[in-house]
Design a protein around this ligand. Structure first.
Ligand code: UFG
Length: 345
């Protein structure tokens, strides 16, 4: 019998790509998502790619009773990958309580549900935002956690601390927190990808929406950073590589290979690119021009960050394989597919 993985937030951007990789690796997937920031049509994309439609149940994980009922109904969940969370840095500054409630109450409910129903393994979606602007680069898992720059970032820090506390009081539970750098791109088929509701905050969706004519121009937030071309540097990794890291983390847990019941891994490529390099690589790889203007820095942005991936390479046996150009081409393929089939520009 296939092992069943609960993927919370499985219709979201990283969740949907991870669902595909889990199915391709022989797992059964059941998704729980409240569709607050995703669309049901994602399930069709997953089915088109894998030939299998994952299970899907719609509810909000903050609804404790509903979640407990779910655990009663689904008796044989082997492990959980917990993506479901609000993730807009800007919105979190405007509506902090929404973030503290959504991201923390759902995690508390989920852990309690696991404890009561003997589900012992969880992979948690965290972020490199916990490092702030690191003192040394590349940044390793041992780098100190810096004060959060946004309520969103704070929810990730608090979640990790909460998990650590719970896991030191409960040796049966096992968890791996994955700290993502900047996930970009889409499935190479172009059948699933990122579809931000409203105006995108992140760079690559803004680039593809500008390229397709939905936005008049891209703003480059600052070219006065201490970097070779003055624009800020990030570690952009292909979402399919990122999805595969989740499968590696699940395998590690289920094979009993964890060295501690709470582990943390950085997931990035180990290489940084500037905003201007992203634009120019996109233009070269797709042949489409992107109109941009230079504006002031965006408050809260760090200057440069990229990952030390040694630990993930060694312990998970995982490497980010795709090039930046491949990731950008896939994002462009998805943007065109999405506008043609779902939302016209
Ligand atoms: N940028 C622009 N113009 C845009 C959008 C972004 O110039 O329209 C720049 C940003 O200033 C930054 C880079 O592109 O230098 C990347 O910005 P993103 O918003 O794509 O990504 P961030 O690095 O700001 O944010 C990501 C995740 C967050 C996470 C954060 C931690 O999206 O969830 O990393 O650093 F909290």
């Amino acid at each position: 019998m296939k092992k069943k993985i609960l993927v919370t937030g499985g219709t979201g951007y990283i969740g949907s790509h991870t669902t595909v990789e889990l199915i391709n690796s022989g797992y059964e997937v059941i998704i729980v998502d409240d569709l607050s920031n995703s669309e049901l049509s994602v399930l069709d994309g997953i089915e088109k790619i894998t030939g299998i439609k994952p299970g899907f149940v719609k509810f909000d994980l903050c609804d404790r009773e509903r979640l407990m009922q779910f655990f009663e109904d689904e008796k044989n969940i082997t492990a959980i990958i917990h993506f479901a969370a609000s993730k807009s840095v800007g919105e979190s500054v405007q509506k902090p309580l929404k973030y503290y409630r959504n991201n923390l109450v759902s995690l508390i409910n989920l852990i309690e549900g696991m404890q009561q129903h003997n589900v012992t393994r969880m992979v948690f979606s965290s972020s490199c935002t916990v490092y702030g602007q690191p003192d040394t680069l590349p940044v390793s898992e041992n780098a100190p956690v810096k004060p959060a720059a946004s309520p969103y970032g704070n929810t990730k820090q608090i979640s990790e601390e909460m998990l650590q506390d719970v896991l030191s009081s409960d040796e049966i539970l096992h968890c791996i927190s994955l700290r993502y750098f900047n996930p970009i791109g889409a499935h190479p088929t172009g059948w699933i990808g990122e579809h931000p509701m409203g105006k995108p905050e992140n760079l690559v969706p803004y680039v593809t929406q500008t390229a397709i004519g939905l936005r008049s121009h891209l703003r480059v937030f600052g070219i006065d950073y201490h970097t070779p071309d003055g624009s800020a540097i990030r570690d952009y990794l292909h979402v399919v590589d990122l999805a595969k890291a989740h499968v590696a983390a699940i395998n590690r847990m289920l094979e009993g290979k964890q060295k501690d019941n709470y582990e943390v891994f950085n997931l990035g490529t180990g290489k940084g690119y500037s905003v201007l390099e992203i634009i120019h690589t996109f233009e070269e790889a797709t042949g489409v021009k992107v109109k941009y203007v230079i504006t002031d820095r965006r408050p809260g942005d760090v200057e440069k960050v990229w990952a030390d991936t040694t630990k993930a390479n060694r312990e998970l046996g995982w490497y980010a394989k795709s090039s930046l150009a491949e990731a950008l081409v896939s994002a462009w393929k998805w943007e065109q597919y999405y506008r043609k089939n779902y939302r016209k520009p």
